[in-house]
Design a protein around this ligand. Structure first.
Ligand SMILES: NC(=O)c1ccc[n+]([C@@H]2O[C@H](COP(=O)([O-])OP(=O)(O)OC[C@H]3O[C@@H](n4cnc5c(N)ncnc54)[C@H](OP(=O)(O)O)[C@@H]3O)[C@@H](O)[C@H]2O)c1
Length: 239
């Protein structure tokens, strides 16, 4: 771990797995102070890799406003980063109302409530970083809910950047990233999906968690970046 003078305190929701875990590791490695927000702090503590075991974990469920309001006690923050998601994939004929609500809670409603309760806990230059995703720009059958949710996230970042200024708001939009999210496809299914994605991506590959980490750190550090979406998708939205 390195240390630096302007150590940043960063609340990271979804920091127990995938891209969020990689962001927490990168923050710790450069001497910042990640605080992980998790729905089940005990379960998250049990799965954190060694360097992150001393990072504080606070209870944060983006579908539960009381837990969001209570996060003020963990501040002040330089950044509040939400990398949560709840999947509601499937064809329109099988849309599930509860799953759609969960998807909006995790990426839109919960983050709006983060803005409601935590704007007053932000240090100068502070930023909310929200997680969008390539599905909004590259719709496909079965992904309509996620496409709509991700699109809302990006418009939310623009609206909140204006409303909360000088506190900033930025959306990061990953493409297909090998974060562990796709492991449920099985080894062969994942390999074929990644090969097809890489072939269609102008960048010629799928993403790594570190690709997204770099964009999150840019949003955290660069106080001239607000009200925009940082696309980290290998150009996949265009392919
Ligand atoms: N990986 C990709 O290919 C990809 C592509 C496009 C966009 N993205 C976006 O990038 C972000 C990170 O993706 P990932 O691959 O790292 O996903 P992930 O490993 O599934 O992580 C999602 C995290 O969200 C947390 N979460 C879900 N609902 C929550 C809630 N209501 N309150 C608090 N936490 C909640 C989960 O916590 P629990 O441990 O409690 O379940 C989990 O830690 C997501 O927003 C995702 O939509 C990823």
């Amino acid at each position: 771990m390195t240390t630096h003078d302007d150590q940043k305190r960063v609340l990271l929701i979804g920091g127990g797995s995938g891209i969020g875990h990689a962001v927490a590791s990168a923050l710790l490695d450069r001497g910042d102070q990640p605080v992980i927000g998790a729905r089940d702090p005990e379960r998250t503590a049990a799965i954190l890799s060694a360097p992150l075991r001393d990072v504080p974990i606070v209870h944060a469920d983006l579908a539960d406003e009381a837990t969001i309001e209570a996060l003020t006690t963990a501040g002040p923050f330089d950044a509040v980063v939400s990398l949560a998601a709840a999947s509601a994939n499937g064809p329109a004929a099988s849309f599930d109302r509860a799953a759609i609500h969960d998807a909006f809670d995790a990426k839109v409603v919960g983050p709006m409530l983060l803005a409601k309760h935590l704007t007053g806990s932000m240090r100068p230059g502070g930023v909310f970083v929200f997680s969008s995703g390539v599905a909004a720009w590259k719709p496909a059958p079965g992904l309509s809910v996620m496409a709509t949710v991700n699109g809302a996230v990006s418009f939310m970042a623009e609206a909140l950047a204006v409303e909360l200024a000088p506190v900033r708001a930025v959306a990061v939009s990953p493409g297909i990233v090998d974060s562990g999210l796709w492991d449920s496809m099985g080894e062969d299914g994942k390999r074929d999906f990644f090969a097809a994605t890489a072939a269609a991506n102008p960048a010629g590959r799928v993403g790594t968690p570190d690709d997204v980490v770099a964009a999150v750190l840019l949003a955290v550090d660069n106080t001239f970046v607000t009200g925009t979406t940082l696309h980290v998708d290998g150009g996949g939205r265009l392919g």
